[in-house]
Design a protein around this ligand. Structure first.
Ligand code: ADP
Ligand code: ASP
Ligand code: MG
Length: 407
């Protein structure tokens, strides 16, 4: 008998039929003798709907109230699943974050889980009652609701699994597992049987929605066995593993893409110490997350400074830069919010040269202009115009032969 945490995402609980089907799957696992803790997302589209409502009321809705608003989606889905389980004759109970004791910091809309009290969950399991826990939400030290950032239910599931020392955390979703690229873009993307934590973290951070980056970080840190699999089809899905010395690592494991990017350039700023800090200071304090940064070699004592932010932060970043541009005597501030980032990830890159050249050659052959480049020892990311993003992903997937087994 195993203790398993099963997390079901939005599309998996997106309709009454699907909620009933999930209830059946949970009931089957229980009938097979396992103990199950369920973690749920809101029904598909619900969090977006709530977000739009908040944005319709105010151009800058208060983050702490947005948390109360967005967290309501999960309150509905857990109640519905608990109802469906009871209908099948399986005792179950819904739990909001504060009823479990999922404590987070007070960083609204992107809170981090600090600890989880396991007593309520353990009592429930001991009484044979399946807990159905609201994902994505937490409670801070002053008793206010928080949320973990979009896609954060995965992190709730892994944190719960770590806290109760579950035998496995299963992220049940609308694809068969982690694939070599988003199967919605690359038709012949191949499911990976396993992938290392390191690569998965990189893919998730670079835009592969299939797992929330923090969930991978958590699973690595607390050694939680983590699996991504289909909510409805059978199959082992993808196991996230620790890299072992003996494993033959593919050079490239997958391609990630992130659509919602924007870049901003301040040109003609003095090429002197302290400029980066003057430009990025107000952005960082906003706080707006900056991703790639490029500063050109100076000419005539002047230089251009370019960086990327999330598209949703674009307008606000431009606003924040106006006074800085004036202060620095910048020639111009320009930007483009129709860009995307495409990344090639693989731990095998460490021991293989030439991966970057293959990326550049492939994009050149497709006539795709590379606007920015950033590399680490296990990834290469490029910024391209958003309209070429899908073409770039498909071309790179082909160039690295990812649809072939062991490609
Ligand atoms: P859920 O609602 O279950 O949390 P998400 O939409 O957050 O599901 O994540 C699943 C989606 O992630 C898939 O439908 C797929 O389009 C996308 N995705 C992006 N990259 C990958 C990848 N490398 N492998 C599998 N799915 C991916
Ligand atoms: N419902 C939340 C969202 O849509 C959390 C999640 O689905 O993981 O972002
Ligand atoms: Mg998700």
């Amino acid at each position: 008998m195993a203790l398993v945490v099963q997390k079901y995402g939005g599309t998996s609980v997106g309709s009454v039929e699907k909620i009933r089907a999930v209830a059946k799957r949970v009931a089957d696992a229980r009938d097979a003798g396992h103990k199950v803790i369920v973690v749920l997302s809101a029904m598909a589209g619900e969090t977006d709907r709530l977000q739009d409502l908040g944005s319709a009321v105010s151009a800058r809705p208060a983050a702490e109230e947005m948390d109360v608003l967005l967290a309501s989606g999960e309150q509905a889905s857990i109640a519905l699943l608990a109802i469906a389980l009871k209908d099948l004759g399986h005792p179950s109970r819904s739990y909001l974050a504060h009823q479990v004791g999922i404590r987070t910091d007070a960083d609204h809309q992107r809170a981090r889980i600090e600890r989880i009290d396991t007593s309520a969950l353990r009592e429930s399991l001991a009484a044979g009652v399946t807990p159905v826990v609201a994902g994505f939400q937490g409670i801070d030290g002053s008793g206010r609701l928080t949320t973990l950032g979009r896609g954060g239910s995965d992190t709730t599931a892994v944190a719960v699994a770590a806290a109760v020392e579950a035998d496995e955390c299963q992220i049940c979703t609308d694809v068969d597992g982690v694939c070599t690229a988003d199967p919605r873009i690359v038709a012949d993307a191949r499911r990976l049987d396993h992938i290392t934590f390191e690569e998965m973290f990189e893919l998730a951070s670079l835009g592969s929605r299939v797992l929330h980056p923090r969930s991978v970080e958590f699973a690595g840190k607390y050694a939680v066995p983590l699996r991504v699999l289909s909510s409805f089809a059978t199959g082992g899905g993808t196991l996230i593993t620790v890299e072992s010395e003996s494993m033959e690592q593919p050079i490239v494991s997958g391609i990630a893409h992130a659509r919602d990017e924007a870049k901003i350039t301040m040109s003609g700023v003095p090429d002197v110490p302290g400029v980066a800090s003057k430009i990025l200071g107000p952005v960082g304090r906003a706080p707006i997350e900056v991703d790639m940064i490029v500063q050109n070699t100076g000419a005539d004592g002047l230089t251009d400074f370019t960086f990327t932010v999330k598209r949703g932060d674009y307008a606000r970043t431009l606003e924040l830069l106006q006074p800085v541009g004036g202060e620095l005597g910048a020639r111009s501030i320009s930007g483009d919010d129709q860009i995307a980032k495409v990344s090639v990830v693989g731990v095998g890159m460490r021991s293989h040269a030439g991966v970057a050249m293959r990326v550049f050659d492939t994009l050149a052959a497709e006539n795709i202009n590379i606007q920015m480049i950033s590399t680490s020892e296990i990834k290469i990311s490029v910024v391209v115009a958003e309209r070429y993003m899908e073409l770039a992903v498909r071309a790179l997937h082909g160039a690295f032969e990812l649809s072939e087994p062991n490609g």
